[in-house]
Design a protein around this ligand. Structure first.
Ligand SMILES: *[C@@H]1O[C@H](CO)[C@@H](O)[C@H](O)[C@H]1NC(C)=O
Length: 259
């Protein structure tokens, strides 16, 4: 068993750029890694991505709106300023932008019954550290290796309530043709106590946030390497920052921010 797992891991790292798929499976809160699908809605499509940006599967991945899945996913209590994030099975192996969106469940509806049909805002973005003539140096590669987890701080201004916390990584290695960008998605349940007095925005609907023709979604990143890259979707609330390098679980944020 152990050796076949090792073989699998080795094979997966050798074939990363062509075949790797992945899933956001565990919520991280203040360094504590929860069990897979304990606080994250379980998906039904293995580790496959979503391709259709107009599909309801863009909300919480395939299976993420199944009542049984929603109801059996736990809700983690947090406060603004807490560090949250996700682990990925196995690794975010494709180049492209990572983002986290949040949507507050309406009063009276617990997040484990919330379909994500309200307003969403972007609360974190990890794009690239720099671009040179050879490559866009993506934030989801660290020391040349695909990352397996990431964290960020919940804004102090975040209002109280129950929220979906939705991680999204867009694999754009084959995105030169319409519909070929790969959307990897996972939704966790948070209950935010205390709470700030901010008004999150700009807000978007999911689906609806993308039409698939954005310059960050329908894009050739390889040949030639573009001299700039613009991630799709709204600006990050409230900072307006894009992160360039990942904050791995157990490390302190380097505080980098590109506006
Ligand atoms: C977090 O990610 C880093 C980089 O991929 C990895 O080295 C580390 O083992 C991961 N830690 C956990 C607990 O998954």
């Amino acid at each position: 068993m152990k050796s076949s797992l090792q073989t699998l891991l080795t094979l997966s790292s050798l074939t990363t750029l062509s075949t790797a798929h992945y899933n956001f499976e565990s919520l991280i809160v203040n360094g504590h890694i929860t069990n897979p699908y304990e606080y994250v809605r379980r998906t039904t499509n293995g580790w496959s991505p979503i391709g259709d940006v107009k599909s309801p599967n863009l909300i919480c991945n395939e299976g993420g709106l199944d009542p049984d899945t929603m109801g059996s996913t736990k809700t983690y209590p947090v406060t603004p300023g807490d560090t949250v994030g996700f682990t990925v099975n196995i690794e975010i192996g494709h180049p492209g932008p990572l983002a986290v969106y949040m949507s507050r469940a309406p009063d009276g509806i617990p997040v484990n019954a919330y379909m994500g049909d309200g307003e969403w805002f972007k609360v974190y973005a990890l794009t690239y550290s720099h671009i040179d003539e050879w490559d866009i140096h993506w934030g989801n590669f660290y020391g040349g290796q695909p990352i397996r987890n990431f964290t960020f701080e919940l804004p102090e201004e975040l209002p109280a309530g129950e929220y979906l916390l939705r991680a999204e990584h867009i694999g754009i290695h084959q995105a030169t043709t319409f519909g070929q960008a790969q959307f990897y998605i996972g939704c966790a349940h948070l209950s935010v106590a205390g709470g700030g007095a901010g008004v999150p925005g700009p807000t978007v609907k999911i689906p609806g946030v993308y039409d698939g023709y954005e310059e960050g979604i329908l894009v050739n990143i390889n040949n030639p390497v573009p001299d700039h890259y613009t991630a799709p979707g709204p600006d990050v609330w409230p900072s307006g920052c894009e992160d360039g390098t990942p904050n791995l679980v157990g490390t302190v944020s380097d505080g980098d921010c590109r506006v």
